[in-house]
Design a protein around this ligand. Structure first.
Ligand code: ADP
Length: 514
């Protein structure tokens, strides 16, 4: 697999993002000898991506709509710094077709698909129509947005309860409401409409059948501008909290070679129907009988892309840049042979014991896991203050192993090495999820975390005791050394008060979490 990238072309990239994804993109740029420009809000002045980029410029105050969502300001910085291209990462402006078009107007390469492809997939109801026309199976539901409650109820009766009310302009798990029975419908419809309006400024709602024991399985795609579209395997993303992914793995425990090939081919058909170019992901819902249905297409790099990188050995950011440069993908579908098993866990500054309340603040101590086949895509450092203005994900911890059982043990081990002091994280909770019998068996669906919430919240964590013991041992060692030092100086410090103080400080260290 030798790259046939065009020489010249992109030499400087502005990264219109922050946090771990900005850092991740900078890393690949550095390996390719491409200069990087970071942009930052006031809250991110000391952020890691700002420190790591070759140049960095302020674009506005902390709120994203006054900084990271200001396309004009970002394009202005790109022009002034003579950047050739803009990489949008994920979130923020990454799926904004108007921004992509403005980049082109300003003579900048947008590292993503053509605006028309983004537009075709951006509104969910429009995407469903396009996909149905291209013989891609879609979740049964209303063909487009419903006109009013009466029409919505007619569709709900036709497809049968439970149904899912969804925002046509939706994203990020927002504006979605499951309705189990007709008597709940009226109230749910009203709430879904007003939630949708306030989240997206657009109150159009549509309906889907709520699938039985649904699993979220997605296909990573790559297309170049020379007519090649390939699939790079699937990612199982059914470990979700409030429709947001928490742990992802590849391969999926429910997908066999034949199903993978069929899903891959359907995903390629979906991408070709909108003349897609670049990295993209086709998300499917899989029901209890392993039928799969198109859910949506994400026209950008996904948060969970590292697990595909682990199993394929490909650097997806590098290929994004290559394709944006006009390069051709130098492989055929047969060349892509994912190996082994990879799992990723999203590490959040949040408190699972307090309803996952975000826990921004200053990181006072940080030890990041490492060792064989462990990768931590982080966006923070010791001393950094996690801002309250953005998504509280501080890192993505991923591992690779030859098989699923070993990958679970490796991720467990790596999570155990995490040490974060100063803010609360979900690290211990993630270990409980990994240890749960449903996860271990691979028989889980998107309701798993909600269904097992109580068990996951109450299981005692031996790691905490282990940490307390380690802290006590470390303290005893330090105390012995101190005693030796003082004895050498002819003093006798071994008073009961001194011992007590020592024990207290050992106990207080038990609150470090791993
Ligand atoms: P968003 O774009 O807001 O993330 P998606 O349409 O991708 O929304 O759905 C997010 C998650 O919501 C899915 O992964 C799945 O867990 C759940 N979901 C969405 N639609 C359905 C459905 N029709 N039946 C069951 N679960 C669904």
């Amino acid at each position: 697999m030798i790259a046939a990238s065009r020489k010249g072309g992109i030499r400087k990239i502005l990264i219109a993002n922050r946090g771990e994804i900005a850092v991740r993109i900078i890393r690949t740029c550095r390996e390719l000898g491409i200069a990087t420009v970071a942009v930052y809000s006031d809250a991110d002045r000391p952020a890691l991506h700002v420190r790591m980029a070759d140049e960095a410029y302020r674009i506005g105050p902390a709120p994203a709509r006054e900084s990271y969502l200001c396309g004009d300001r970002i394009i202005d910085v790109a022009r002034k710094t003579s950047a050739d291209a803009i990489h949008p990462g994920y979130g923020f402006l990454s799926e904004n077709a108007a921004f992509a078009a403005s980049c082109a107007d300003a003579g900048l390469v947008f590292i993503g698909p053509p605006p028309a492809a983004m537009e075709a997939m951006g509104i969910k109801t429009r995407a469903r129509e396009r996909m149905a026309a291209a013989q891609v199976p879609v979740v049964p539901g209303s063909p487009g947005p419903v006109a009013d409650e009466a029409e919505a109820l007619r569709f709900a009766r036709e497809i049968g309860f439970p149904v899912m009310l969804k925002a046509a302009a939706g994203g990020g798990g927002k504006g979605m409401r499951r309705v189990d029975r007709e008597s709940d419908f009226q109230a749910a419809f009203g709430t879904a409409r007003s939630e949708t309006k306030s989240a997206f400024g657009d109150d159009r709602v549509y309906l889907e059948k709520y699938l039985d024991e649904p699993r979220h399985v997605e296909i990573q795609l790559f297309a170049d501008g020379h007519g090649h579209t390939l699939w790079l395997g699937e990612r199982e993303c059914s470990v979700q909290r409030r429709h947001q992914k928490v742990i992802e793995e590849t391969p999926s425990p429910v997908v066999d070679a034949e199903m993978r090939r069929r899903m891959g081919e359907v995903a390629v058909r979906a991408a070709q129907a909108v003349s897609y170019v670049g990295a993209g992901t086709v998300e499917f819902l899989v029901d209890a009988r392993r039928n799969f249905y198109f859910l949506e297409m994400n026209t950008r790099l996904q948060v969970e892309h590292p697990i595909t990188e682990w199993c394929t050995g490909l650097d997806l950011v590098r290929w994004q840049i290559d394709v944006a440069n006009g390069g051709a993908l130098p492989w055929t579908q047969e060349d892509v042979r994912p190996r082994g098993h990879a799992i990723e866990a999203r590490v959040y500054a949040e408190d699972p014991a307090r309803n996952y309340l975000p826990s921004p603040g200053r990181i006072q101590q940080l030890r990041v896991p490492s060792g064989p086949w462990v990768r931590d895509d982080g966006g923070v450092y010791c001393g950094f203050t996690v801002p309250m203005h953005y998504d509280p994900m501080i890192s993505k911890l991923s591992v690779w192993a030859p098989d699923r059982a070993q990958a679970i043990e490796r991720l467990r081990r790596a999570l155990g090495e995490y040490l974060v002091r100063g803010i609360t994280t979900n690290v211990r909770w993630l270990r409980r999820v990994l240890d749960h019998a449903d996860f271990r068996s691979g028989r889980y669906d998107t309701d798993f975390l909600a269904r097992r919430a109580d068990e996951l919240a109450t299981v005692p964590d031996p790691a905490l005791e282990e940490t307390a013991l380690l802290a006590a041992a470390a303290h005893a060692f330090a105390r012995d050394e101190e005693r030796a030092r003082q004895l050498a100086a002819h003093r006798t410090p071994d008073s009961p008060a001194w011992k007590l103080a020592g024990r207290r400080s050992a106990l207080s260290r038990g609150s470090w979490h791993r």
